[in-house]
Design a protein around this ligand. Sequence first.
Ligand SMILES: [Zn+2]
Length: 241
Amino acid sequence: MIVLNYHELVEASPSNAWCLTHETFDAHLALCKDRLVSPQWFLEHCPNPKASRTGSVLLTFDDGFLSDYTHVYARYVKTGRIPGFMSFIPVDFVGSPGRMSWEMIEELGRNGVAIGSHGMAHVDLTTVSDVELSRELTVSKSMLEDRLGQQVTLFAFPYGRFSRRVWDAALKAGYTHLFTIQLGYHRGFEPFLYSRLCLTNRMDADYMRQHVRDPDAMRGVAWRVSTRLGLYRQLMRWRHR
Ligand SMILES: [Zn+2]
């Protein structure tokens, strides 16, 4: 399966590289529309190695932008055009300008959108103290759980930055699925890590087409060689100490 990672969607004039226009999002959907799966379907099938290589596509959105609610949910989920998505929330940003309110997040949670944590203050977790790391993971989790009335076991690393210390702390906090922004099919080099393509508006239609055809084809020589030798996981464990 292939996991795509979006941020804010706008009508026109994206303010940064991670902000995409509605038109670009529509063009992406046209490429993979009949392959989209719901978060529930993804979570049920993601451990199965056979599902790993299928071209099913899951949509995820980070940072709790208002467009998760006003655009993706209101225009696509509610109308049945997409089967839901995952939304990763940095809890400190809830209700601030351009971001969703708690009421909106709760509504998403009741209607097929899987809500995950993106920490509290959107900090690079590899740079914070153990105490701060634990707070980012556990307080965001419990605040989301209190609001949603259900367990929150999905986590996306802010800026895609992680280390063994960070993933160990996230597992200890009770998360089961940790989302990176590494390239490739959904299964990461550890069973609890999930790769995603983080989309920017510099990626053209050809890049997108190639990615949904074969996400592993975009990966570098180091990955290719070390995977063939069965060393990739060990190398990554060492690199992410
Ligand atoms: Zn983020």
